[in-house]
Design a protein around this ligand. Structure first.
Ligand code: ADP
Length: 324
């Protein structure tokens, strides 16, 4: 039997280069080797969203990105978290065995408190417990994520271990799986690329919009004038050349250090390379966007398949916890 993969993303809008390079590319490549489940975690989105009026549209846009990136509903289960409500039941049960201290120490919780001090809700603290419920409900062993999520997966392992110790072997301890680009910085060159921080480049942008966004990126702050020598090792644009432009990246380092190439030329070249790499993705996306009914069918079918597994796990969990 194939080992199981689970991962998810919050439907906070269209996917950006961080999601794509840090997670989505891995999701696509794991589909043949593993039994994969990919989830649009709409309930998780509520931890940071106060206005939910665009949630349905955001879910739709996200599925378009996923299908265009190469997720295949014939091979993988694609579904919306709240369509399989057993996860919320399991979240409550797991919350009873999770010490609060574990959750308050999580780095992403501390970051969110800084970003949204006026909305430090109960769900935000429990985010990793709900994430654990997502993973263990499907008894997944491998969780492909970006680097920012690694502490959450560590916590999921601890919660799974604790459940197994208390109630008997039930859940595999899940393991994070990273890509070769597990942390993509945002256009500010400081924080991780994130929708919420508005420092992102969406993969579904047009070539012109992509160029416009890339042009706003912060590069080496020491290069104030065109003839100042640069330090590619600290430049986010240079790092992205490493992924999108591997043939020229070494030359760019030399040309940047000697000020032979300026930041504007360097960014223009990067935008060209990103657009070239994403051309097939954008064409496939336009094709799926013309079939909105298909997207609905994919999600309905995914929820039905996920639900069968979820119900079986819940029966086992409740029995082991003495609830039935
Ligand atoms: P966002 O932070 O933009 O809301 P999510 O939290 O929904 O994105 O993340 C979805 C997936 O994309 C996760 O596996 C996460 O680790 C990955 N990811 C998000 N941002 C980045 C980034 N800047 N670099 C690498 N991976 C990322």
């Amino acid at each position: 039997m194939k080992r199981r993969v689970f991962s998810g993303a919050r439907p906070t809008g269209r996917q950006h280069l961080g999601n794509y390079l840090g997670a989505l590319q891995n999701w696509v490549s794991l589909q043949d080797e593993y039994d994969c489940i990919y989830c649009i975690v709409d309930v998780h989105a509520l931890t940071t969203l106060e206005d939910t009026s665009s949630l349905q549209e955001d879910i739709y846009e996200m599925v378009l990105d996923w299908l265009a990136a190469g997720l295949d509903p014939q091979k993988s289960i694609l579904f919306v978290q709240s369509h399989v409500p057993e996860v919320m039941e399991l979240h409550t049960l797991l919350s009873m065995i999770t010490p609060l201290g574990w959750l308050l120490r999580v780095p992403t919780f501390k970051e969110k408190v800084k970003i949204q001090p006026g909305n430090v809700n109960y769900g935000l603290v429990g985010y990793p417990v709900l994430q654990t419920a997502d993973i263990v409900l499907y008894k997944a062993e491998v969780v492909p994520v970006g680097e920012d999520q690694v502490p959450h997966i560590e916590l999921a392992r601890e919660i799974a271990r604790r459940f197994n110790n208390l109630f008997g072997d039930t859940f595999p301890e899940p393991q994070a799986k990273l890509t070769s680009f597990p942390m993509v910085l945002g256009l500010d060159g400081k924080e991780k690329m994130s929708k919420q921080l508005r420092n992102d480049i969406e993969i579904a942008l047009s070539p012109e919009e992509t160029l416009e966004r890339v042009m706003t990126a912060v590069t080496d702050p020491a290069r104030r004038y065109r003839n100042d020598p640069g330090h590619p090792e600290i430049c986010n644009i240079y790092r992205l050349h490493g992924h999108f432009n591997p043939e020229q990246v070494d030359d760019i380092a030399v040309q940047c250090r000697s000020a032979e190439i300026g930041c504007v030329d360097c960014k223009t070249l990067l935008a060209e390379k990103i657009n070239l790499a994403l051309k097939p993705f954008r064409e496939r996306r336009a094709a799926s966007a013309a079939k909105p009914k298909f997207v609905k069918e994919v999600l309905a079918d995914g929820a039905q398949r996920a639900s069968v597994i979820a119900k079986e796990t819940m029966r086992e969990v409740k029995q082991k916890m003495g609830l039935i």
